[in-house]
Design a protein around this ligand. Structure first.
Ligand code: NFS
Ligand code: SF4
Length: 630
């Protein structure tokens, strides 16, 4: 007990420096070097004032040239760029969700993919008004998959999942004209609106940005999360470990990286197969270790306790250990740098999706139909590659922390029941959590999400913010690379309760939870929406009144902006540590940080100073408490 200690960012960086020495020996490139080459960044791009959506441009707005050739002003250009950025993110998350629906459609009793949580499937079917009585579970799965796929292109009506929101929220979406229609339609409309000669009015562009975001969070992402749970199981608390030290020098190391759990689930399945373990041993290894990077890692950690080797800016480090036999990727957040980097080592860089094809990779296309065979051949390939290691290059930093992960909404409801002894009814209630909040034992909650970004010292913002929040009795729910930062530091070890204020510490002890709860991948931020919606319904408050805020201090991807838009549009104030390329337009920046509050009762705060960022979140939470008299 007494020997628990967080791992510091200084220690992370020392380990990285040692790995970069190995890289230098083999002539490897690194993101650290490429950042230097790209600095300083182009000011036009950084402030969002460059337009290249038609071939009369590119037009760049300066005091001397205040309009583009078509006459568009800076506010129109920045607004259009912001909408396109959002559409990219909404499309990406939602297409991931669509893939999951297709996998569900192909699930079969004797197939590669089975229904692991039939109860959840039935619950969703009831919610959608689909008859479940006497139906074979696979018939139901196929019917539901088809209905879910129709959500992407239905000609009329809004997203089915919107009904999960409190009526007050649904009314706001209706009133403001931002209730999302078909998912693909919102993405297409966004691209249409931001085409040359369409919208240049900031209000219209930002309103559509919120709507496209909602199509993601309350549409495509929610399909992704809910049907992944049906297929692979709804996460429950499970112990695992995090950071590079989870790789094992004596074993065949397979890294899974990307986002779609369909591939990684299969790899994990085969890596456990005694036949495969024997195969690994035949090449002199002691066994097989699968660990993960980015959100694929979060998916398999949440459901199987597969260890997390690292987050976004640690992806090159896993290859630099010299002990990675294969890095197997699906989609999103994969550095093209991994191809050339792997060539400096014996590592096989295996791409598997037609959506993410890269030079210097081996492409093994993955379909639901051939998933088993392909996963097996990938595991075999990794085993065979063990003998090609250059032992002189092997160095795995001896650095890892214990973590308890797997806090789906269902799991949170269940564990918190232990705190107040109130009864959980069949559908589950958040009343025990609400009691903790209203009594002030917990002051509020922060949803900490998002990526790493070299513009912010990697992981530092995540970890420092979380430490201060929990010390102030604010519980943190985390997802994506933010969650992995917490796990690497040790904040998901139950012993981290000692870093909390007295109230949160007591809750952690009674409920036996860590103070930072891992809710999954970025697609799983839809879980956070469901939690907020349930808290609002159970308390009779509006979502915007809850002492809850969102935060993405180190974000970098289009997906993160789409997420920010739906979190704000759901009524939750959102704090960013990186500007979303809007500082060039006073009108767009003002809309996002003030104006949208009149529409959806929440807005963004952008603050690069991490100390100020955390203080403003704590202040906001206290303001919200005062406003409802708790
Ligand atoms: Ni989210 Fe997850 Fe990580 Fe950022 Fe990328 S892995 S989907 S986008 S970098 S948190
Ligand atoms: Fe320039 Fe207008 Fe074309 Fe944009 S749309 S590149 S501002 S002419």
């Amino acid at each position: 007990m007494g020997d628990f200690k967080l791992t510091s960012v200084d220690e992370f960086e020392a380990a990285t420096a040692r790995l970069l020495e190995t890289g230098a020996k083999v002539g490897a490139d690194s993101w650290q070097m490429r950042v230097k080459n790209q600095s300083p960044h182009c000011k036009f791009g950084e402030t969002g004032v460059c337009c290249r959506i038609c071939a009369m441009g590119p037009c760049r707005i300066t005091p001397k040239a205040p309009k583009g050739i078509c006459g568009c002003d800076v506010h129109g250009i920045v607004g259009r760029n912001y909408l396109k950025f959002t559409a990219g993110g909404a499309a990406t998350h939602s297409d991931h969700g669509r893939e999951i629906c297709h996998t569900l459609y192909l699930s079969a009793e004797d197939g590669n993919y089975k229904v692991k949580d039939p109860e959840k499937l039935k619950r969703i079917a009831k919610e959608w008004g689909v008859e479940t009585e006497g139906k074979d579970i696979y018939d139901l799965a196929h019917e539901m998959a088809e209905l879910a796929l129709l959500e992407y292109g239905k000609p009329f009506g809004n997203q089915r999942w919107l009904k999960r929101a409190p009526q007050t929220t649904q009314d706001i979406w209706e009133r403001e004209g931002i209730a999302p229609r078909a998912i693909d339609r919102e993405v297409s409309t966004s691209l249409h609106m931001s085409h040359m000669g369409c919208s240049s009015k900031p209000e219209a562009l930002i309103r559509q940005s919120l709507r496209a975001g909602l199509a993601d969070g309350w549409g495509g992402s929610m399909c992704g999360t809910e049907f992944s749970d049906v297929l692979f199981g709804t996460p429950k608390p499970v112990d695992t470990e995090a950071n590079l030290g989870v790789m094992n020098a004596e074993n065949v190391n397979i890294i899974v990286h990307g986002h779609d759990p369909s591939l990684s689930e299969m790899i994990c399945e085969y890596a456990d197969d005694p036949e495969m373990i024997a195969y690994a041993k035949s090449f002199g290894a002691k066994g097989i270790t699968v660990s993960g990077v980015c959100c694929t890692s979060n998916e398999v950690a949440m459901r199987r306790g597969i260890p997390m080797a690292g987050n976004f800016l640690q992806q090159e480090n896993v290859v630099l250990t010299g002990a990675c036999e294969a890095i197997v990727v699906d989609v999103q957040c994969i550095f093209p740098a991994l191809g050339p980097l792997s060539k400096c080592f014996h590592t096989k860089f295996i791409t598997t999706s037609p959506i993410a094809q890269m030079p210097d990779s081996e492409f093994i296309e993955f379909h639901a139909e051939n998933a088993g065979e392909n996963a097996k051949s990938i595991v075999k390939l990794a085993c065979e590659n063990f003998v090609n290691r250059n032992k002189d290059l092997v160095y795995i930093p001896d650095m890892k922390q214990k973590a308890t992960v797997g806090y789906s909404v269902e799991a949170i409801v269940k564990v918190l029941d232990g705190v107040t002894n109130s009864q959980v009814d069949e559908t589950g209630t958040t009343k025990p959590l609400l009691e903790c909040i209203t009594s002030g034992v917990i002051r509020g909650a922060v949803a900490m999400v998002g990526c790493n970004n070299p513009k912010i010292r990697p992981d530092h913002a995540h970890i420092e913010l979380m430490k201060k929040l929990i010390a102030n009795d604010i519980v943190v729910i985390a997802s994506g690379c933010a969650a992995q930062a917490a796990a690497k530091a040790g904040l998901m070890d139950k012993q981290a309760k000692d870093l909390c204020g007295a109230g949160l510490k007591r809750v952690c002890e009674l409920a036996d939870i860590p103070p930072v709860l891992h809710m999954g991948s970025c697609v799983d931020i839809s879980r956070m929406m469901i939690l907020a919606a349930t808290l609002a319904k159970d308390s009779g408050l509006k979502i915007s009144q809850l002492p809850v805020v969102g935060c993405a201090p180190e974000w970098m991807s289009e997906k993160a902006v789409s997420i920010g838009n739906y979190v704000v549009a759901t009524g939750i104030d959102t704090f960013l540590g990186v500007d979303p390329y809007v500082s060039g337009s006073s009108e767009v920046a003002d809309l996002l940080t003030n104006g949208v509050r009149e529409w959806v009762e929440a807005a963004y705060t952008v603050e690069k100073d991490i100390d100020k960022l955390v203080d403003s979140m704590i202040d906001r939470i206290e303001e919200k408490r005062a406003a409802i008299g708790i």
